[in-house]
Ligand binder design. Structure first.
Ligand code: GLU
Length: 281
């Protein structure tokens, strides 16, 4: 049976772009007789705002979306991330890094899908692991995993090409796990068989496919959908007039009608579907 999920990070209020993503995940599951899960990605210690979670649940209910089973919170699953990291350490694929963000920025020579590519400053060096971030030795990981493929329902078969990310952080200094590690482990733990997310995160799936191979996890199918953008391709932003769902809800708008319009590709003036030009992933 197919299983999808919507996985918002409670770093800010949901807007129409989130509504669109949630509807895609929900409808793909329901139209195929499958299940739709809700996962709150609340482990970004510096940005996560727990007080937004009840608002997010209320927004989804207002849109007429019902999820199956209990809501999953990443913050309650920290042990799993640690033990997966231990597995990777045992394979000799992680190394500690004490570089600050500013040092990485200053040393980086290339831009990757997640931003500046770490040039491997700490790789192979004696680094104090206490309070360090742990990075994946990407070249070794790719060599160990061998050639990999993944399948996007819309874009077709993809060779996994995670190399452009460089040595990504899997365990963060200020958070228990990176998005890449936590999302991959959770999708596997929850039996998510169709991973839906926006095109802005297409490249991330190369990394997730690699992690699945290294950790012996099941491989889902992916569905990277178009994103609701401003007509000039820019990301939706509240300051440019894209309302928070909570504001529409509290103003008495009909959430089911909003969802119906989004399903019919009817968007408010100034918004359209796009591939996400100008999105930072
Ligand atoms: N928590 C991520 C976000 O809000 C979701 C990414 C995903 O679906 O994998 O952007």
């Amino acid at each position: 049976m197919i299983r999808t999920r919507f996985a918002p990070s409670p770093n800010g209020q949901l807007h129409l772009g989130h509504a669109y993503a949630a509807i895609v995940a929900h409808d793909l599951a329901r139209n195929r007789g499958g299940e739709f899960l809700l996962r709150i990605e609340d482990i970004d210690g510096t940005r996560s705002r727990p007080e937004l979670v009840p608002e997010i649940l209320a927004d989804l209910e207002w849109l007429g979306l019902r999820w199956d089973g209990p809501v999953v919170f990443q913050s309650r699953r920290l042990d799993r991330y640690g033990s997966a990291a231990e597995q990777l350490k045992a394979l000799g694929l992680l190394y500690p890094c004490q570089c600050t963000r500013a040092e990485v920025l200053a040393a980086a020579q290339e831009q990757g899908p997640d931003g500046p590519v770490y040039p491997g400053t700490c790789r192979g060096k004696e680094v104090d692991p206490d309070g360090a971030a742990w990075r994946l030795d990407m070249a070794r990981a790719i060599a160990l995993a061998g050639p990999l493929e993944w399948h996007d329902e819309l874009a077709g078969p993809q060779p996994a090409l995670p190399g452009g990310f460089g040595d990504i952080v899997l365990l963060r200094k200020e958070a228990p796990a990176s998005y890449h590690l936590a999302a991959t482990l959770d999708d596997a733990a929850d039996g998510v068989s169709l991973v839906t997310r926006g095109r802005d995160l297409f490249a991330a799936s190369h990394v997730h496919r690699l992690l699945q191979a290294l950790l012996g996890l099941p491989v889902p199918t992916w569905h990277h959908h178009l994103l609701l953008c401003e007509t000039d391709g820019r990301k939706l932003a509240k300051r440019r007039g894209s309302p928070a769902l909570a504001d529409l809800r509290k103003a008495g708008e009909d959430g089911r009608a909003v969802a119906k319009a989004l399903r019919m590709d009817q968007f408010p003036t100034g918004l359209c579907l796009g591939a996400g030009v100008g999105f930072a992933s």
